[in-house]
Design a protein around this ligand. Structure first.
Ligand SMILES: [Zn+2]
Length: 107
């Protein structure tokens, strides 16, 4: 499962970056084509029985940067150009998964 590999990677990054302190909340952004339900399931499985199981995950969406084939408008998303309606091409792909902010406990 693709999502499981991604979540496993981000979980290890988090453990490393927090010096093994368990955050109370963390933001994880998923790129286009990455299934949030699968990612949530993978997070639950991978953290089951560990202290990371209690971390509140805020799932977010990361979008590609596109340029349309019409007048070259730059926009974010995966649909048609919001300005002229032409198709867009990806010029800057969103990473499949990325770790956002995390919040350690208040103490
Ligand atoms: Zn356009």
């Amino acid at each position: 499962m693709y999502e499981r590999e991604l979540v496993d990677k981000v979980l290890h990054d988090l453990i490393r970056l927090t010096n093994r302190r368990v955050p109370i909340a963390v933001e994880i952004a998923l790129g286009p084509g990455v299934d949030q339900n699968q990612a949530e399931l993978a997070w639950k499985e991978l953290t089951y029985g560990t202290e990371m199981a209690d971390v509140h995950v805020i799932w977010e969406r990361a979008y590609d940067v596109m340029v349309c084939t019409g007048e070259g408008h730059r926009f974010i998303g995966d649909d048609a150009c919001p300005y002229c309606g032409e198709d867009g091409v990806v010029v800057e792909a969103a990473p499949p998964i990325s770790l956002g902010h995390w919040k350690l406990d208040a103490a």
